[in-house]
Design a protein around this ligand. Structure first.
Ligand code: SF4
Length: 262
């Protein structure tokens, strides 16, 4: 992966300070002008991703948007994807996992391997999400996410502009880092942003169909993700690396050194 154009870690730290008190739209405006088509916005069609998409589209209707289709998404997510394409006239770039890798893990561990233990869940997330994401990012200098500091402790230090050390020093733009859930939904109402129908059914975070359930009052917003796990991070590895030792052994056992299924 190429290092981003003429910006070092110190430059990024200064930019993060300079833009900390600026609005999400100002952060996006800077990023879109700075990186052009070497920047793309990542969304899984959750509400923050939809807000970011709407904001970016109002600044530049040609903004690049991509999503990772894990192959296990709810039908309602695909319907929202189609609605976004129609409403915003955006050609959403959809990236898939490698079929040979999915075939390999399913052959060895079954289609619902994620319920068996945490390492197999991480293997599934790694194969269906993390590896396709790496493939997308190889062609970019910067990517935009809807990450917020108040979502989980693992996201509490998120900067609006930061170096993505998980992805070879790419620039990661998180314009909503200091926004609250109330601000997100206020924006949705103000601009009539389309949202996933699951929110009205009690979901507060939405991912793959077999790994997401609604939450109840008082639960953490990501409690419905991988709800059967005790003590594991509520992360899939796209935004922070997950290293357990056991998971890495599962990965090695499933793929050869070229990442191809065994
Ligand atoms: Fe697999 Fe579940 Fe992760 Fe989706 S969320 S990639 S189905 S483990």
């Amino acid at each position: 992966m190429q290092a981003p154009i003429d910006l070092d870690t110190q430059d990024i730290a200064q930019l993060a300070c300079a833009y900390e008190s600026r609005s999400p739209q100002e952060v996006l405006q800077w990023a879109l002008e700075r990186f052009g088509t070497r920047l793309a916005l990542c969304t899984s069609f959750q509400v923050a991703g939809m807000v970011i998409l709407d904001m970016a589209w109002r600044i530049d209707p040609t903004v690049r948007v991509f999503t990772i289709d894990t192959g296990r998404l709810p039908q309602e997510t695909y319907e929202l994807l189609d609605r976004v394409r129609e409403q915003y006239h955006i050609e959403v770039e959809v990236y898939f996992p490698e079929a040979i890798q999915i075939e390999s893990i399913v052959r060895q561990h079954g289609v619902n391997l994620f319920y068996q233990d945490i390492d197999l869940r991480m293997l599934c997330c790694h194969t269906r999400k993390v590896l396709p994401l790496r493939r997308v990012l190889e062609g970019l200098d910067a990517w935009v996410t809807g990450l917020r500091r108040d979502q989980t402790s693992t996201r509490a230090q998120t900067q609006k502009i930061e170096v993505d050390h998980e992805h070879s020093g790419l620039i990661k733009i998180n314009p909503l880092a200091n926004w609250t859930e109330t601000q997100i939904w206020d924006y949705v109402r103000t601009y009539d942003v389309p949202t996933h129908p699951f929110y009205s059914q009690g979901y507060t975070s939405i991912g793959c169909a077999p790994c997401t359930r609604p939450t109840t009052d008082g639960e953490d917003s990501r409690a419905g993700r991988w709800w059967w796990e005790n003590g594991a991070m509520k992360e899939c590895g796209m935004h922070c690396s997950i290293e357990s030792g056991n998971f890495e052994r599962e990965y090695s056992a499933s793929f050869n050194q070229n990442g191809e299924g065994i």
